[in-house]
Ligand binder design. Structure first.
Ligand code: B1M
Length: 232
């Protein structure tokens, strides 16, 4: 597409390229995002920096304009698709640690909620840190979570919610685990933009995770404690 004064991504310096990628994400330009990601990686950027500085930061701008009624669902969907295309390139790189598996996590977005970008990111980063990840996708009922936790013999349950209307469903899942006497069998981590630590505590989760990096660290800490308990 020879438009916009023929911007050639590879000719931009790093800072200009990242800003251009924020624009391209905003405009839902999937191929440009894929090109931008490849260029940054070729220039020696780490997959993590590429993800956070180019993609996640760009999505934050989209989120603000969505909130303010400047962007609408169709545009945000295009932006989300472009973001996913960039993430698909980074996924194998983030996962390529070869580390022994440190634990197993079942993760999914709660019932009524179709946001999955943040959850996917957490899954990728967890895999990159050596966890086995079973991704249940979006719109998960309590039955789906429970069935997967038992089937997979998971160590960790991760739940994601992006809507204030769907986040209370996390408590439904935790309460059901309590009723069935299964609560203590799993480390429960929750995350998503509208949550906070207080909410995590109030619903009985083990921890609220602000972002994917915190989720990885928290999961590692809890798995370390679990192993110590088993050894002691
Ligand atoms: Co939606 N949406 N959306 N949306 N959307 C929000 C969440 C909203 C805040 C936008 C806004 O108004 N500013 C708003 C919610 C308001 C509220 O509840 N208070 C909103 C709304 C209202 C809606 C609809 C209702 C709009 C409508 O139809 N009128 C609708 C709901 C549909 C439904 O779910 N039933 C809807 C639809 C959509 C799209 C389909 C268009 C699209 C989703 C595409 C997709 O996911 N495949 C979309 C998007 C993209 C957004 C925003 C713009 C971006 C979300 C995102 O991907 N962020 C969002 C605005 C925002 O959040 N600022 C918005 C990037 C991602 C990397 O961050 O998901 O926060 P995040 O994940 C982070 C952390 O939160 C954490 O780690 C991640 C990585 O660092 N984390 C976890 C997340 N999950 C975790 C789980 C863990 C641990 C950490 O487990 C261990």
């Amino acid at each position: 597409m020879a438009d916009e004064g023929d911007i050639i991504l590879s000719e931009l310096d790093d800072e200009e390229l990242v800003l251009q990628m924020h624009d391209d994400l905003y405009d839902g330009l999937k191929e440009e995002i894929e090109d931008g990601v490849r260029i940054l990686l070729d220039r020696g950027w780490t997959p993590y920096d590429t993800l956070t500085k180019a993609l996640v930061a760009g999505m934050t701008i989209v989120g603000a304009d969505f909130r303010d009624g400047i962007l609408f669902v169709p545009e945000v969907l295009l932006a989300a698709n472009a973001m996913k295309a960039g993430m698909a390139i980074l996924k194998p790189l983030l996962a390529e640690t070869g580390a022994p598996k440190v634990g197993k996590m079942v993760i999914g977005t709660v019932k009524g909620d179709i946001h999955d970008i943040g959850k996917n990111l957490v899954g990728m980063m967890m895999e990159g840190a050596g966890f086995e990840v079973v991704d249940l996708g979006i719109n998960n009922s309590v039955e789906k979570y429970l069935e997967a936790l038992e089937r997979e013999e998971a160590d960790i349950l991760g739940m994601s919610a992006l809507l204030t209307t769907t986040m209370p469903y996390m408590k439904v899942v935790i309460d059901t685990l309590k009723e069935k006497g299964m609560r203590e069998d799993f480390i429960i981590l929750v995350g998503g933009a509208p949550l906070n630590e207080e909410f995590g505590r109030a619903i009985g989760a083990d921890a609220y995770c602000r972002d994917a990096a915190v989720a990885v660290q928290t999961a590692k800490d809890f798995m370390g404690r679990k192993h110590n308990q088993m050894a002691g």
